[in-house]
Design a protein around this ligand. Structure first.
Ligand code: COA
Length: 260
């Protein structure tokens, strides 16, 4: 695959996706969104990849939002379609069936914050800044921000970020649970990769099923979520990985998972 706005690196079942428009702080233009869609559609079924890291090019920005230049001509109908199109890409990421780690290396504003929110784990560098500044442009977050941010950090904190448009720094993002960890910029890539490698050492069927079960918390009430958990738990119990994992424990050896 050959892209203009995205760099791909696949090594030992880990794919790093780098959004590569550093001169525009990696803002998501139409080309970039279309390429992101193609990349993640491929990664969904790519047998060589089990975990994905997504990051931005350069030392300043993860993604500084959707490309503002492309917003100006939107009307009621095209604006709705614009939001639905972006939501579909971020849904694809959330429901990829494989873990996606956001390595947030600077500004994560607007669509950048929403992209990080659609990922399963967020690691931030100390210089990262998060915000939903859409109200400054007379719009609201349209790529899932009003929904995912509130679910992750609570309605009150999401309201404050969305209504003020203020940015928060990495430490504040950590404090409110928007990110999992904050590290110096130089440590961002190795830390994200270490987490990816830990996940890669597990049975990938269980990993995929765990994502499916946890994702359900976004969609259904607790009683339904518990039913989904029990059903998926049952599915796990029918796998070779389950037999291997439990057997390896009793035999005091490291499990060798096959993803079956
Ligand atoms: N869309 C399009 N271009 C963007 C952009 C965006 N969301 N964010 C940054 N850029 C471009 C700038 O226009 C500038 O391009 P230029 O050099 O051709 O003029 C370049 O990226 C560098 O940005 P600049 O504003 O000069 O950097 P800065 O360090 O002074 O400020 C920000 C950084 C992130 C505070 C500022 O760029 C900004 O506010 N961006 C918009 C953020 C936003 O509102 N995102 C949500 C959109 S819905």
């Amino acid at each position: 695959m050959n892209f203009q706005t995205i760099l791909l690196n696949i090594k030992d079942r880990l794919c790093t996706v780098t959004i590569n428009r550093p001169d525009k702080l990696n803002a998501l233009n139409a080309r970039c969104k279309s390429e992101l869609k193609d990349v993640f559609t491929n990664l969904r079924t790519n047998p060589d990849v089990d975990v994905v890291i997504i990051t931005g090019s350069g030392e300043k920005a993860f993604v500084a939002g959707t490309d503002i230049g492309e917003l100006t001509t939107l009307n009621a109908q095209t604006g709705k379609e614009f939001a639905i199109g972006g939501q579909a890409i971020f849904d694809l990421i959330q429901h990829l069936g494989k873990p996606v780690i956001a390595a947030v290396n600077g500004y994560a504003l607007g669509g950048g914050c929403e992209l990080a929110l659609a990922c399963h784990i967020r690691i931030a560098s100390e210089n990262a800044k998060f915000g939903q500044p859409e109200v400054n442009l007379g719009i609201i977050p349209g790529y899932g921000g009003t929904q995912r941010l509130a679910r992750l950090v609570g309605v009150g904190r999401a309201m404050e970020m969305i209504l003020t448009g203020n940015q928060i720094d990495a430490q504040e993002a950590l404090r409110i649970g928007l990110v999992n960890k904050v590290v110096p910029l130089a440590e961002l890539s190795p830390t994200s990769e270490a987490i990816a490698r830990t996940i890669l050492s597990k049975g990938q069927l269980a990993i995929r099923m765990a994502i499916k079960a946890v994702n359900a918390t976004m969609e259904v009430p607790l009683s339904e979520g518990l039913k989904i958990e029990a059903a998926i738990f049952g599915e796990c119990c029918s796998t070779d990985d389950f037999k291997e994992g439990t057997q390896a424990f009793t035999e005091k050896r490291k499990a060798v998972f096959k993803g079956k």
